[in-house]
Design a protein around this ligand. Structure first.
Ligand SMILES: [Zn+2]
Length: 274
């Protein structure tokens, strides 16, 4: 294809996206100036940034798409939901590889800013059969945003997730696990917190992260970790190996909890003893 033709196609697509129905839900400069200066990126620039690259930035060929073959019933089995916040990052693919090796499924909560940097990694997360939810645009404490800012934040993150993965998010986690009534009302999604927090962001130590996860793990646990940390990536293979030996099944949050309700808060699932 001639270079000018590709360029013209790109421009046409960008213009059509500008007038597409969903452009209404993306924040305009006027709407978003109060939220974050980074929102001042034009919508056309954003879409051009998210358009498929001729050469993928990250090679993922050695990681074939994997769908779960066995169905897990967490009411009778010992399940655990590992979750990873603040990505996608340069460590996420390493985490995906460890999960793939053990046939484990997990849940990721992505930040809008990171989705703009690594949409192809977010797509890979979903292709691998993991669950992906939003974690705000820029990791600010949501309870300090106005209602209008909250609406823009949730819309923008949902749109970024949809552009990257063709799927709108069905769950979310607020930064720091902090929220108020407005957050729950605006989100119109189930809110997922956790029951095990190894504080991997604080220690940034693979051994410490491993020890803390193993010590606190329990059937039905939702474990919060971070896929933007090399230390967590290095701790994960041991975590998976040890928990697997203890009989745990690694499931997504939705697999652990079953059908989730908007506006409800979830911290853990069934203990598998029913
Ligand atoms: Zn976070």
């Amino acid at each position: 294809m001639a270079r000018w033709f590709k360029w013209a196609m790109g421009l046409t697509l960008a213009l059509s996206l500008l007038t597409a129905p969903f452009s209404n839900s993306l924040p305009t400069n006027a709407q978003t100036k109060s939220i974050d200066p980074i929102f001042e990126i034009s919508i056309a620039q954003l879409h051009l940034r998210l358009m498929p690259q001729e050469e993928p930035e990250v090679e993922t060929e050695d990681l074939p798409p994997q769908q779960r073959v066995e169905q897990v019933n967490c009411k009778v089995e010992k399940c655990i939901a590992l979750t990873f916040d603040d990505g996608p990052s340069e460590h996420t693919l390493g985490i995906l590889k460890s999960l793939h090796k053990q046939g484990a499924k997990a849940t990721f909560f992505a930040i809008g800013l990171q989705l703009r940097l690594h949409p192809e990694i977010a797509r890979e997360v979903v292709l691998q059969g993991h669950e992906l939810g939003g974690h705000s645009y820029s990791h600010r404490k949501l309870q300090f945003l106005s209602k209008e800012e909250l609406v823009n934040d949730f819309n923008y993150v949902a749109k970024l997730l949809e552009l990257a993965t063709d799927t709108r998010p069905s769950i979310f986690r607020p930064p720091y696990g902090e929220y108020d009534d407005d957050v729950l009302e605006v989100a119109k999604l189930p809110m997922v917190l956790w029951s095990v927090d190894p504080k991997d962001w604080l220690t940034k130590d693979p051994d410490e992260t491993y020890q803390r996860v193993i010590a606190a793990a329990h059937p039905g646990a939702i474990v919060v970790m971070h896929d933007n940390l090399g230390s967590t990536r290095h701790a994960l293979p041991r975590i998976l190996k040890t928990l697997k030996k203890q009989g745990y099944k690694f499931v997504t949050v939705s697999e652990l909890l079953g059908p989730l309700a908007s506006g409800k808060i979830y911290k853990a699932g069934p203990d598998g003893k029913q």
